[in-house]
Structures are given as structure tokens and as C-alpha cells.
Design a protein around this ligand. Structure first.
Ligand code: ACO
Length: 323
């Protein structure tokens, strides 16, 4: 029996680097404040790049050595798609020529990549599906209010993804625990465009991201740390057995606090939030690609990793994967 396994990673980033000093030119903020509260030093911001173009770049890198007609599934996790329809995944399909793939997007905000991986793994457990591209892309700069210092300093744009092939004789996706709580959907929401029409006048609209920062911080401390610990406990895995945690890169303070709460050594929490900020659905695959390219996780099937996402919805969840 063969099991699905991540065999390749890739990333794509906008060319423009925006530092904290750049933001301080037009917002009442400082490098010191942003660094202390978040650990972010710079982020990439899209000038010409779109969610589709970044996703296509990643998909082309992932599929360059395979017969693209064998790709059965393309999932793009995003909350900032260029079009409301068609899906970004369909645009990706056309550009790589994956004519036999089923394609759709998933919106689970910053948990999107974890949700999409979980979905892909279920499809690949079925005999009809052998190969999948799973991509997380967000261009958060389209959603934030650039005059709101509380949110504008946190986010960045980017894309990352993985090729999953059913080629492993060992189980790679070991366990998962994934949750949503719609009762807290107002903790973070955005881009509600109410259009006038013949029957309805424009009411209150929220064209930008609205965030209750403290509620999100508390959510990460309580629900996310509990989720990580419960997943380990339910599979009798000791915290010392985890090699790496690839958690959503919301900010460095949250990562440090999660390490403390879970009693997993902070050295095991990989991070690149200083360079890319919070890239929402792209943050975990960007982190994974960095770890693969630097040889930290060589995809040899020997590193026990926990991938943990959390974000708007509220949504959160963890996957235990041997990478
Ligand atoms: N620059 C300078 N000052 C600022 C800025 C800024 N960019 N933003 C806020 N301030 C000010 C506030 O106005 C406030 O001033 P006051 O004391 O005069 O009223 C002061 O700094 C402190 O503000 P707080 O909101 O209390 O700052 P806090 O220490 O809570 O940090 C932060 C705010 C970083 C947003 C924190 O709440 C946090 O990390 N929350 C998690 C939110 C998050 O990561 N969201 C990402 C999206 S969701 C996700 O990815 C899961």
C-alpha cells in the first residue's frame, strides 16, 4: 500500500520589500514598536503580482518535473482571491496544463493551508487520486486599511505550496485535529462589499479588515495551545518527540507564548515572520519551503512535524506529519 507524501515545496514572493521604517513614513508607528510587539522587520507587498500570478508561479515550480496530466487535484487556500469566481485553482490549472485535475479554493483564512492539506490527504486516500498540488496564497495588502496602524503593520503578501504524491510505503500524515467556531466570526473579518442595486441602498460596509487584536491573541493562547497538546496526548506522543513546529506566523510573541504553553522547546518553532510578516494562508508553506531549501527538513520522512494554523472564522487546527 502506498501513502500520500509531500515530495516537493515551492514559494513565490512579490519583489517589493517594505520595511518597518518605510511604514513609519506614512503611519504613526516605529520599527521599535512593531519589532517588540510582533518580531516583524519587513514584508513583501504586491505591486504587480496577484493571488493568481503568485499561485501560478508556485504551481509551475512544483510541477516542472512531472507529467502535468497526472495531477488529479489542485487546491488553493486563500481569503484574498482576485475574483469571487472562478477559483484561483482553475486559473492555476489552465496555466500549468493540468487538464485532468479537479480544482477548487478553500477559505479558512490563516488556517487555510492546514485545512487544504487535510482535504487533499482525504482525497488521496481514495484509489482515484494519486497526485495533488496544495497551495496557500494571500495578498493581504489588498484587504488592509493602509491608514490603520493596528492592522497594516502586521501583514504581508506571498505564496507557498507543496506537491503531494502517493509514493510512500510509510504513513506520512499521522494525525490531525481541526476546529471552527463561527460564534467568534466577528473577531476578525473583512472586505464586505455591499453594493447598491435597484432594491437596496448601500448600508454600513467594511471594505477593510477589522480585527480585535486582543481576542485573537487570547484565542491563540487558549484554543490553539490546547489543540496542539490534545493532539499529542491523544496519540501518546511526548512533546520531546516533536522535531519541528511549523505554526502560522502571526507574530513572534504568539510563537514564543505557544512554546511556553505547550512546553515544546522554542528552538523547535521555526519562524520567518521577521522577513515576511503575517502572510495568512501562505505562512506555513513559506516556512516549510524555507526549511526544505536550507536542509533543516530534507523531506526524507524522518522529521516529526506539527503544522498548526489559526485564524479568522475562527478556525484552527494541527496536523502531525512525518516530513
Ligand atoms: N504602532 C505604534 N503604536 C501602535 C500600533 C502601531 N502599529 N498599533 C497600536 N498601537 C498603540 C495602540 O494605539 C495603543 O496605544 P494606547 O496605549 O495609547 O492606547 C498601544 O499601542 C498598545 O496597543 P495594544 O493593542 O494594547 O497593543 P498590544 O500589546 O495588544 O499589541 C497586537 C497589539 C500586536 C495586535 C497584539 O494584540 C497581537 O499580537 N494580537 C494578535 C493579532 C494578530 O496577530 N492578528 C493577525 C491576524 S489574525 C491571525 O493571523 C490569526
Amino acid at each position: 500500500m502506498l501513502y500520500p507524501k509531500i515530495t516537493k515545496t515551492a514559494k513565490a514572493l512579490p519583489k517589493k520589500r517594505v520595511t518597518n521604517h518605510d511604514l513609519a513614513q506614512f503611519l504613526e508607528t516605529s520599527d521599535e514598536w512593531i519589532t517588540q510587539r510582533t518580531g516583524i522587520k519587513e514584508r513583501r507587498i504586491s505591486v504587480t503580482e496577484s493571488v493568481a500570478s503568485l499561485s501560478v508561479e508556485v504551481a509551475k515550480k512544483l510541477s516542472q518535473d512531472i507529467d502535468v496530466t497526472t495531477i488529479d487535484l489542485i487546491i488553493v487556500a486563500t481569503m484574498s482571491a482576485d475574483y469571487s469566481t472562478p477559483s484561483v485553482a482553475c486559473v492555476v490549472q489552465e496555466s500549468v496544463g493540468a487538464v485532468n485535475a479537479m480544482c477548487f479554493d478553500v477559505n479558512a483564512a490563516c488556517s487555510g493551508f492546514v485545512y487544504a492539506l487535510s482535504i487533499a490527504e482525504k482525497y488521496l486516500s481514495h484509489p482515484s487520486y494519486q497526485t495533488a498540488l496544495v497551495i496557500g496564497t494571500d495578498v493581504m495588502s489588498h484587504l488592509v486599511d493602509w491608514s490603520d496602524r493596528q492592522t497594516a503593520v502586521l501583514f504581508g503578501d506571498g505564496s507557498g505550496g507543496v506537491l503531494i504524491e502517493k509514493t510512500s510505503s510509510q504513513q506520512s500524515f499521522l494525525a490531525e485535529s481541526i476546529h471552527s467556531d463561527g460564534k467568534r466570526h466577528q473577531a476578525l473579518f473583512g472586505h464586505v462589499i455591499a453594493r447598491d442595486n435597484r432594491f437596496r441602498q448601500i448600508g454600513d460596509t467594511h471594505p477593510f479588515l477589522v480585527m480585535n487584536g486582543k481576542q485573537i491573541f487570547d484565542f491563540a493562547m487558549r484554543d490553539v495551545s490546547k489543540n496542539m497538546l490534545e493532539l499529542l496526548l491523544s496519540h501518546s506522543i511526548a512533546t520531546e518527540d516533536i522535531d519541528y513546529v511549523l505554526a502560522h506566523q502571526a507574530n513572534f510573541r504568539i510563537l514564543e507564548a505557544l512554546a511556553k504553553k505547550t512546553n515544546i522547546s522554542s528552538d523547535k518553532f521555526l519562524s520567518n515572520v521577521d522577513r515576511f510578516g503575517n502572510t495568512s494562508a501562505a505562512s506555513i508553506p513559506l516556512l516549510l519551503d524555507d526549511a526544505v531549501k536550507t536542509g533543516v527538513i530534507p523531506l526524507s520522512g524522518e522529521s516529526l512535524c506539527m503544522l498548526t494554523g489559526y485564524g479568522a472564522g475562527l478556525t484552527w487546527g494541527s496536523l502531525l506529519i512525518k516530513l
